[in-house]
Design a protein around this ligand. Structure first.
Ligand SMILES: Cc1cc2nc3c(=O)[nH]c(=O)nc-3n(C[C@H](O)[C@H](O)[C@H](O)COP(=O)(O)OP(=O)(O)OC[C@H]3O[C@@H](n4cnc5c(N)ncnc54)[C@H](O)[C@@H]3O)c2cc1C
Length: 452
């Protein structure tokens, strides 16, 4: 029997899942509902986007549907390493054996959507005959979910449109991100546990025109870190633009009260002087007016409800972006779900149960790794982590049979499960956890003087 699948959220995981399901002959009809407008119609400058790094995990998941990885590569820039900028113009280079892809989230989603609609276009006439296979509804915000009746209600938020629509489903996929509405409904079910935590840092996006940052080499991830828990990441995109994020402590943060351009200048000169030199006046103003974003990490004890609801991607396991793994793990979820459909072809209930059982240890390990691989203190970062990473990389290169790759290589150049990686690096993770707690305590103390 054909199943009606409703996917809430047209982010990377929701759209890739639609590709995977629709290539399974005629088994599934897919409807995607997304609260935002079609990203193909929104100008880049007003899109809420940031650069993403796709590693071996994400690329493997994308490669399983013909043509997708090639299309994503065509709109990405390859990166062969990270350049860590230190004081007085000093830099540390962390090379990569296997290149990763850099592109912004919007471009990833737009490419996935374009390919989806080209291949399974939602022809209205066919839809009326109920023989459609794909429908995408933008400007539809999920408001209510009824697990008993198997219905979801969406509010149409497009300008000049009012009203709600309620649709039925056989399978409901919550791919609606860290603040998932579908997941909220799980809270009314028996023994569902959810842990939500804010990452200690908040961020603002930053965009630089290519000409103002010509000194930054393309193809590298550029990072800066000050001793006050303030750090920035900048990368080029395929069009030559440079974008990234400036991160700062979420509590007592110096930026929240800024009201003038002079305060922005002063902040950059004090904490990120090399970026201050690249900033054009127009970006200072835009930076001042851009909203501050906070990041949630999510852990749940269950990703499914019965045989008809599943959470994937950030809705199931949002993490800190420090390792650049969240999207990769979300895409991996889709490939894993697909593998389970092959393992249990006639038993969707078992597929969902197994998804929770087998994905949870890796998802929980990822949250832990993302929180505690990088120390907040730049001393521990530069003095110990980089030495560890370089030594491991060097020894692995010389004696690959006897020395495992470095922690970062394991995370981004392999598809080894996150739980295995966490097990083999428990010592470092617990050291960073303790050091970070002390760092945050110091920051909260009233003696800690901050720029304001
Ligand atoms: C600054 C930053 C940098 C990052 N860098 C990286 C990186 O380098 N590499 C990496 O792998 N990951 C990175 N991540 C994480 C990555 O962005 C996420 O893990 C990834 O986007 C998750 O994909 P998703 O499809 O599960 O969820 P999302 O991308 O959050 O998409 C969810 C979608 O659901 C929609 N939605 C939400 N609520 C509703 C509703 N009620 N009704 C209808 N639709 C709804 C949203 O509008 C959105 O389109 C970064 C994150 C941040 C914040």
């Amino acid at each position: 029997m054909i199943k009606r699948v409703v996917i809430v959220g047209a982010g990377p995981s929701g759209v890739l899942l639609a590709h995977y399901l629709l290539r399974r002959d005629e088994q599934y009809n897919v409807e995607i509902y997304e609260r935002r407008s079609d990203p193909q119609t929104v100008p880049f400058s007003s899109a809420r986007t940031f650069p993403l790094v796709l590693n071996q995990r994400g690329m493997t998941a994308l490669s399983k549907v013909e043509g997708i990885l090639a299309a994503i590569k065509a709109v990405s820039l390859e990166s062969t390493g990270s350049l860590v900028h230190q004081k007085k113009g000093k830099t540390q280079f962390l090379p990569r054996k296997k290149p990763i892809l850099i592109l912004d989230r919007r471009r990833l989603v737009v490419t996935l959507l374009k390919m989806l609609t080209q291949q399974y276009s939602s022809d209205l006439r066919k839809a009326q005959q109920r023989s459609y296979r794909l429908k995408i509804h933008f400007d539809h915000q999920c408001k209510q979910v009824d697990f008993e009746a198997k219905t979801v209600t969406f509010e149409n938020t497009a300008v000049n449109s009012i009203g709600e629509v309620t649709v039925g489903y056989d399978l409901l996929i919550g791919a609606d991100g860290a603040r998932s509405r579908v997941r909220e409904q799980f809270l009314s079910t028996n023994q569902f546990e959810l842990e939500k935590k804010y990452v200690p840092s908040a961020y603002k996006s930053i965009f630089l025109p290519a000409e103002s940052a010509a000194s930054l080499k393309a193809g590298y991830i550029h990072t800066w870190r000050s001793s006050d828990g303030i750090f920035a990441t900048l990368v080029h995109d395929i069009d030559g633009l440079i974008n990234g994020t400036v991160n700062f402590p979420r509590e007592n943060n110096p930026i929240v009260n800024f009201s003038t351009k002079e305060q922005v200048w002063q902040f950059f000169r004090e904490y990120l002087p090399e970026i201050a030199e690249l900033l054009p006046e127009s970006e200072v103003e835009a930076f001042l007016n851009r909203p501050i974003s906070t990041i949630l990490t999510i852990r749940c004890n269950r990703y499914h409800h019965g045989d008809s609801v599943l959470l994937i991607g950030d809705a199931a396991h949002a993490t800190s972006p420090s390792l650049g793994q969240g999207c990769n793990a979300s895409l991996e979820d889709v490939a894993f779900f697909d593998q389970l459909l092959d393992e249990y072809p006639n038993d969707i209930g078992e597929v969902l149960k197994q998804f929770t059982l087998r994905r949870k240890p890796d998802a929980h390990a990822l949250v832990e790794l993302s929180d505690y691989t990088f120390p907040l203190s730049s001393k521990l970062l530069f003095l110990e982590l980089f030495i560890r990473l370089r030594t491991a990389q060097f020894m692995h290169q010389l004696f690959p049979r006897y020395f495992s790759p470095s922690l970062l290589q394991l995370l981004s150049e392999t598809t080894i499960p996150y739980s295995e990686i966490l097990n083999s690096h428990k010592g470092w993770i617990s050291k960073v956890k303790q050091a970070n707690e002390k760092f945050l305590e110091r920051q909260r103390s009233p003696q800690h003087v901050r720029l304001n």
